[in-house]
Design a binder for this molecule. Structure first.
Ligand SMILES: [Zn+2]
Ligand SMILES: [Zn+2]
Length: 455
């Protein structure tokens, strides 16, 4: 096999999700979907492929610089791209199926893999598994706040410690006010180009907002005194931001307004927001501004949160206004707000916090002899039906190796069904850690385990 071929193979293999991980994914995705449905969002499935032609205006407008679409074709002239964003695909579906003709807004929940490259020069394909929400046919503070609120609740429902989360928000302007901010920022950085780092010097020309979040000490200093977007917002954008913050205050969702927060090179406009898991070493109270921001919107220097305080935090989801993106996709005005939750990042965050326990089975079912093996199957179903997380190794016959597996799986209890227990419908419950065991009737098992596991 040639060298190039093996690296191609690695790219694809790196996108595989292996069984152990898949279990966590499935669990999170199910919870996410059912909570979103509870809040009135309807599930939509879109194919993992889109028309390249339809994405061209977004690509040309620089709205996909951060996520470069992966192109594919089956014959010359028929070009496709792999799904780049669940928001964009759900928006495309809203447009294709003329959902704007029905009652508005349309609330959709979606999930699936997205694929993209981070640079035009790179071969490596990145993939992410996303769950997300789209409100189409309505834009503005209410829709954005509703999405934030639902995510807040969903993350709570998934088991995330909300004190460990940060919600960062900003208004990045619209087609009428952003250009003047951008040119003012560009000339600010251009006149200081010689003292900026190399990448900021380059960014000053094409993407000046990127220089606002540079980690370089000197650049940080310049970023601190750079023109602020809040001073450039048009009345409409100001009103949107004020409304958004007022809603968040009312919902008691803590946030911080970071005027140097942008998502340049993505499809968001007007309002943007991002959930991230706090950096491990950072004190819990460091940044979150609990309410109180709304009256300061146009004020300027009040929320002095710099981008560097964001370092080390894991961004687990981001969203914002998508009206501009919808317009570029469809050629007409479609108001929309969307949000994407990156499941991989959420898992990374949860596992860092050791919050994901669902992977560990509570009990491990073992058997001794053929009759016990047959009866184990039925018992396993009963346990699962009773809400007990159970693992087994029916393929193995040695009780010693089964108990070893129970230990390896970090199960709390091993259930042992031998010939005698299989005959008189009892079971031995053995605490894996201590080895203490007792025999109880099978019909009382669920009740017994539930009481034990509560402790
Ligand atoms: Zn504006
Ligand atoms: Zn820099």
């Amino acid at each position: 096999m040639s060298k190039q071929k093996s690296s191609e193979k690695d790219i694809i293999a790196s996108l595989d999700r292996l069984p152990a991980r898949e279990e966590i994914y499935e669990n999170l995705q199910k919870k996410f979907g059912s909570l979103a449905e509870y809040y009135g969002f309807e599930l939509i499935f879109t194919p993992p492929i889109e028309h390249y032609r339809q994405y061209l205006p977004l690509i040309r407008g620089g709205y996909m610089d951060e996520r470069i679409p992966v192109q594919c074709r089956c014959r010359p002239g028929s070009d496709y791209v792999l799904r780049v964003s669940g928001i964009l695909s759900a928006l495309r579906a809203y447009i294709s199926h003329k959902m704007s003709d029905g009652p508005q807004p349309v609330k959709l929940v979606f999930e699936g893999d997205v694929f993209f490259a981070e640079s035009k020069r790179e071969d490596a394909i990145k993939s992410r598994y996303e769950c997300g929400l789209l409100i189409a046919g309505e834009e503005g503070p209410v829709a954005a706040a509703e999405i934030v609120q639902i995510f807040w609740k969903i993350l709570d429902g998934i088991g995330v410690d909300l004190r460990e989360l940060e919600l960062r928000v900003n208004a990045i302007g619209c087609a009428s006010c952003y250009p003047s901010f951008r040119s003012s920022l560009a000339s600010y950085f251009r006149s200081r180009a010689s003292r900026l780092c190399r990448s900021c010097r380059k960014a000053a020309k094409s993407h000046p907002v990127r220089a606002l979040s540079c980690a370089d000490e000197k650049c940080k200093m310049f970023a601190k005194h750079a023109p602020q977007v809040l001073d450039f917002l048009c009345d409409q954008c100001k009103k949107q931001l004020r409304g958004f913050l007022e809603f968040l205050d009312e919902l008691k969702v803590p946030y911080y307004l970071d005027p140097r927060f942008f998502r340049d090179g993505l499809w968001f406009n007007t309002l943007i927001f991002e959930f991230s898991g706090k950096a491990k070493e950072k004190p819990v109270s460091a940044v979150a501004v609990e309410g109180g921001g709304a009256e300061d919107v146009a004020g300027g220097d009040n929320n002095d949160v710099s981008a560097e305080e964001h370092e080390g935090a894991i961004v687990i989801g981001e969203g914002g206004g998508c009206t501009k993106a919808a317009e570029l996709l469809s050629g007409k005005r479609v108001e929309a707000v969307g949000f994407e939750l990156y499941i991989d990042r959420l898992i990374m965050f949860l596992s860092r916090r050791r919050l994901v326990d669902s992977k560990k089975p509570m009990v491990f079912l073992t058997h001794l002899g053929d009759l016990a093996k047959r009866k184990s199957l039925a018992l396993m179903e009963t346990l699962r039906g009773g809400g007990i997380e159970v693992k087994e190794s029916l393929g193995r016959d040695s009780i010693k190796s089964q108990l070893k597996l129970a230990e390896k799986a970090e199960a709390k209890f091993a259930l042992i069904m031998g010939q005698k227990e299989a005959l008189d419908d009892t079971i031995i419950v053995r605490e894996v850690g201590s080895g203490i065991q007792e025999t109880i009737p099978q019909e009382k098992l669920i009740e017994f385990l539930k009481a034990k596991l509560k402790k």
